[in-house]
Structures are given as C-alpha cells and as structure tokens.
Design a protein around this ligand. Structure first.
Ligand code: MN
Length: 257
C-alpha cells in the first residue's frame, strides 16, 4: 500500500497557526502537501478564480518542510494542489484548522468547509476542521490531535462517497471537552446583521457583522453539540435539493409561455 497522500489547506492563510498545528499533527502520516492562500480568505465560500492567472509560491513550514502559498481562494488551492502538485493523486484533504466555528447555515460562507467540498467534487475524501472560539490557541492542540485520529479512522473505515466531515472542536479548555458527537447541520441565524455607521465626510458605510440569535439549538445539531462542549462531526454532502419541496413545486404546473 502506498503512503497516504494528504493535501492540507485553509482559509486563514498560509501563516495561520491553525494550519501549522494541523500540519504538525499529520506530517508523519504520509506524504503531506500544503497549499494555502497567501492571505486571509475567510468567508469566501466556494469562490474560484476564473478570470485571472493564479500563482504558486514555495515557502516553508516551521519544521522546514516545503509548502506552497497561492494567490487564489481555498477552493483554488485544492485545484492547484491536486492537479499541479499531486498529479491527481490524493487520498485525503484536510482543511483548517479554522480560527472560529463553522456551524449550521454558516458552512456555506466558509472557505474552510467549501475547500473540503471542492475536494469531494474531485472525488477525494475531505475533512474540514474548525475551533469554535476565535483566537483560542489551546483549541488548536486538541483539534489537531483529533484531526489525526479522524484521518486514521477515515483510512481504516473508508469515507462514505461524496461526503465531507465538518468538524468543530469547542474552544473550551481541553479537560472540559465532553466527548464526540456525530451531528446534523443546525441553524445559525443572526440579528443586527448590518451595522450602519457614518464616515468622517458624513456618508453612510456598513459593516456586516451581527450577533448569533440566541435560541435553543436543535437536539442533535452541530450547534447544540459545541454549546455542550462536545466535538461535533457533521457529515455533509453536495446535494442541496429540498426533496420534500419537489412535489409541491411541481404542483404549480409551470410552463413556458
Ligand atoms: Mn477562516
């Protein structure tokens, strides 16, 4: 059996401590290729760069190993890593470890999760890793160890086809983590989403931010698990079809005029 070929990326940029922690935890599992954006690319979702050239630049991880930074998005990094650097041979993609949660509906905004989805579209099993508290350096340790464990389990059992695992590790002290839950994708709604301010010249400008609406998260959801200090593992798939809506919408008797 060939050594595991693992591709790592993230959306916080090549210099992010979460990426380094992830790399250190899995570096000895096989051949590890690192391709990450050359800057902060959080919340770019599944964006890809189609109208300008992309560059790869060689750089180094903390242990001196070669890594690559890309001018593109996280999903571009998957394409470049897989096609250019790995010659279409990858056994696993791990994206992260993100600085901040990727829970519920927010996954569609996430560069971290959508990079994993890009890998699934290429037929490569993928894991997205996030620490559910911003700037929680302790969290990276626990998350990195869990990523290693999960990668080994994925190889042992085989990942279901067309599925990525979206993992959120609570940002609490490691001793307070209660265990691991396989969860469903919950909801995350925001209130006060747009903060309107006035610039020094008297013109309005806007910050998209908002605070998470505090409601009871659905039992069994990723949001509920992390709130209870469990590591959340949500299997996600590409198919966004609302099957229950197909029949009612077909009752509309739509036709072209
Ligand atoms: Mn990020």
């Amino acid at each position: 059996m060939h050594p595991m070929r693992i591709l790592l990326t993230n959306d916080d940029g090549i210099d992010a401590p979460g990426l380094q922690a992830l790399y250190s935890a899995v570096a000895d599992l096989g051949e590890v290729t690192v391709v990450a954006p050359d800057r902060q690319r959080s919340a770019v979702g599944h964006a890809v760069t189609l109208h300008k050239p992309l560059r790869l630049r060689e750089c180094r991880m903390a242990d001196g190993a070669v890594a690559w930074s890309s001018s593109g998005t996280p999903s571009d990094c998957i394409a470049l890593g897989y096609d250019v650097l790995m010659a279409d041979r990858a056994d696993l993609v791990i994206s992260g470890i993100n600085d901040g949660a990727n829970l519920g509906w927010d996954v569609t905004y996430s560069g971290t999760v959508m990079a994993a989805m890009e890998a699934v579209m290429l037929g490569v099993p993928a894991i997205a890793m996030s620490v559910a508290a911003r700037g929680a350096p302790n969290g990276y340790e626990a998350a990195a160890r869990f990523a290693r464990r999960l990668a080994l389990s994925a190889f042992e059992h085989g990942m279901p086809q067309g599925v990525l695992l979206n993992v959120n590790v609570p940002g609490c002290p490691q001793g307070d983590i209660q265990g691991v839950c396989v969860t469903t994708q919950g909801r995350r709604e925001y209130i006060d989403r747009v903060d309107t301010r006035t610039d020094p010249r008297g013109h309005a400008y806007y910050w998209l931010a908002g605070v998470v609406k505090d409601e009871h998260p659905a039992t069994g959801s990723d949001v509920a698990a992390v709130a209870a200090n469990f590591v959340s593992v949500t299997p996600l798939q590409l198919d966004l079809t609302a099957y229950s809506a197909c029949e009612p919408v077909s009752q509309w008797q739509l036709r072209v005029e």
